[in-house]
Design a protein around this ligand. Structure first.
Ligand SMILES: [Zn+2]
Length: 282
């Protein structure tokens, strides 16, 4: 979180609200959050928003003569607030003060400072390594996946689908959902898909990301909540019955995330080794 569907709804809601609003002041208080120094942050002051777009999991804030590229990483949230927040807010990474006491604020939860932003001239946007290195978008029209994934060799699907250089927009939550929908093992090799499996995987990307965005269109309004109501069926549902077949959803725990799958639908009944469990048992 946040991934393609979450960023898409944030972009849509901000794109409907921000255009025409002029930045009165700009501050980026986080350590190392601002990755550029020319043009300077204060060059945003006096400029009006013209639109907000999404690319992969990134947001592009467009203003008269500048753009702001933002990657919220795992714990960043972008909020358009009707009232300005405190300047002493330790979670604040970007504060764009707008007319009428309104404010666009990026906050980051947790102890790590990972989110970043860049102030760029529009002509420099596409060349920025963060965008130039992105693979094709996973939604709304991902490319045929068999060849794209085969170039990744033996890497497991669970890693390859989250690799933004291969395909853009999918992260730890939606990869579990997409693989479950396609009924493919998270550990299947990327170069081991037949045409039918590759088609099912592509269809699952469209179905699940589309479904999530439709869901957010119905339930998410400004101000955007910190925690979006993600319509997940498998991810973080370990121990619960699979919504398709009733088998208990299993999990593999990694250091800072969890991968969930249905053994019946995805791994021919095999329960994959859980590293956390095996470490505890040593
Ligand atoms: Zn199942």
């Amino acid at each position: 979180m946040p991934e393609l569907p979450e960023m898409e709804i944030v972009a849509r809601r901000l794109d409907a609200a921000l255009p025409g609003q002029v930045v009165e002041s700009a501050l980026a208080p986080g350590i190392n959050a601002l990755k550029t120094f020319d043009p300077p942050l204060h060059a945003l002051e006096g400029q009006a928003f013209t639109g907000v777009k999404r690319r992969g999991k990134l947001l592009v804030l467009e203003l008269d003569e500048l753009v702001v590229l933002v990657h919220l990483m795992t714990a960043g949230r972008m909020q358009l607030n009707p009232k300005r927040g405190s300047l002493r807010d330790k979670a604040a990474r970007l504060m764009l003060r707008l007319p009428g006491d309104h404010e666009l604020r990026v906050r980051e939860f947790g102890s790590k400072q990972a989110m970043w932003l860049k102030v760029l001239r529009p002509e420099a946007l596409e060349e920025d390594p963060a965008l130039a290195s992105l693979g094709p978008e996973a939604w709304p029209d991902p490319p045929p996946l068999r060849e794209l994934l085969a170039a990744q060799g033996a890497r497991p699907l669970h890693a390859v689908l989250r690799d933004q250089h291969v395909i853009a927009g999918i992260g730890r939550s939606w990869v579990d959902e997409i693989l479950w929908t396609a009924q493919l093992s998270p550990f299947k090799r990327a170069d081991d898909l037949d045409d039918e499996e590759a088609d099912a995987l592509r269809a699952a990307c469209i179905e699940r990301l589309d479904g999530a965005i439709d869901h957010y269109e119905r339930v998410v309004e400004l101000p955007i909540p910190d925690k979006l109501p993600m319509p997940l069926e498998v991810h973080r549902h370990q121990g619960e019955p699979c919504p398709r077949c009733g088998t208990t959803i299993e999990a593999v725990h990694y250091e800072d995330y969890v991968m969930c799958y249905c053994p019946h639908d995805q791994t021919s009944g095999r329960v994959l080794k859980d590293r956390r469990l095996s470490r505890l048992l040593k």
